[in-house]
Design a protein around this ligand. Structure first.
Ligand code: ATP
Length: 319
């Protein structure tokens, strides 16, 4: 193996730059050439490649976003798009590819693998919804960003005796919502994985109020329900007057936490060394803090579950 390429795909996540840096520097350490692919699979199809040296990735470890840009590519889902991408890779003498993204990006990477091209996935998504790894790059930063905002809202909730509903990201998974709920001491969390019961929520609010607690905080994952819908339901059914905040895209940006910068550095480096050892069609993960390799397909074929222990904690600690 002489030349390794790297791309970022899907939604951007803090720590992607640290992962790119780790791929490039590890490649150079092992006397390989490193190539950056711009705009994910779109750039792969169009041959938007740029050689990267050690200084190209200098000063980016703490920068949010991705210097390689990211994109969603419908063309790459077609046979024609896939074949064009393979042609560009081979035409540029690239021997292996590291794909940094979520499980959608890994489906794309798997298609390259099935055509015989060596590819390794690095899980980079704020949602943490990738099976085969305890954490994905960007998740810890997103949780901390959301938590900072929630802590400020809690001050106001408590000063004004208010009920606050905070909507966080998570279209199909409630990992951010659950983590933020535990860390902020929220009274209730609504996640897409569990069916929602308005009756249970009202009972909970009624209980906490009857014990003298005058303010409450509910964290809702966007994929379960919007904060506005939940506010209306609470108003119509039980007359609760809630204030709502939608955190939105601020959760994607910013400098990675030390946890994410370290995770990204470990994963990016391990990806290159795995390619060198002849692994292909695999994704990098961390399980109980150890680096692991598992088939790319496991990332979407297995559903990662929310921690029952943490769900119970929200219930137990908000009495
Ligand atoms: P995130 O969830 O953080 O946004 P992701 O990687 O899951 O990250 P997606 O938009 O699902 O984001 O996928 C990124 C890209 O991967 C898609 O735009 C497409 O190019 C490619 N991709 C997704 N699914 C497939 C598929 N079934 N076959 C081929 N390529 C796919």
């Amino acid at each position: 193996m002489k030349r390794v390429a790297v791309l970022t795909s899907g939604g951007d996540a803090p720590g992607m730059n640290a992962a790119i840096r780790a791929v490039v520097r590890t490649a150079i350490y092992h006397r390989l050439e490193a190539i950056g692919v711009m705009r994910g699979f779109e750039g792969l199809i169009d041959g938007e490649f740029a050689p990267l040296n050690r200084s190209s990735v200098g000063g980016i470890i703490h920068r949010g976003g991705t210097i390689l840009k990211t994109a969603r590519s419908e063309r790459f889902k077609t046979e024609d798009g896939l074949n064009r991408a393979l042609y560009q890779l081979k035409n540029s003498g690239i021997d292996g590819l590291v794909v940094i993204g979520g499980d959608g990006s890994f489906r794309g990477a798997q298609n390259l693998h099935l055509k015989g091209f060596p590819v390794i996935g690095v899980p980079g998504t704020i949602d943490n919804d990738v099976a085969g790894t305890d954490e994905t790059i960007g998740f810890d930063t997103a949780v901390n960003t959301a938590l900072e905002a929630v802590k400020k809202l809690r001050d106001t909730a408590s000063s004004h005796d208010r009920l606050f509903i905070v909507e966080v990201m998570g279209r199909e998974a409630g990992f951010i919502a659950l983590e933020v709920a535990v860390a902020s001491g929220a009274e209730y969390v609504v996640v897409p994985e569990l069916s929602f019961s308005l009756g249970r929520l009202c009972d909970k609010l009624h209980d906490t109020r009857s014990r003298g607690k005058t303010h409450s905080l509910i964290i809702v994952a966007e994929g379960a329900m919007s904060a506005a819908d939940l506010k209306n339901k609470l108003q119509d059914t039980a007359g609760y007057d809630a204030r709502i905040t939608v955190l939105g895209y601020i959760q994607r940006g910013g400098s990675p936490t030390s946890f994410d910068a370290i995770l990204a550095s470990r994963m990016g480096s391990f990806a290159v060394e795995s390619l060198l050892e002849g692994h292909k069609g695999m994704m990098i993960g961390t399980v109980a803090h150890q680096m692991t390799l598992s088939p790319l397909s496991a990332s979407w074929q297995t559903r990662k579950i929310l921690s029952p222990e943490k769900l119970e904690l929200v219930e137990k600690l908000s009495i």
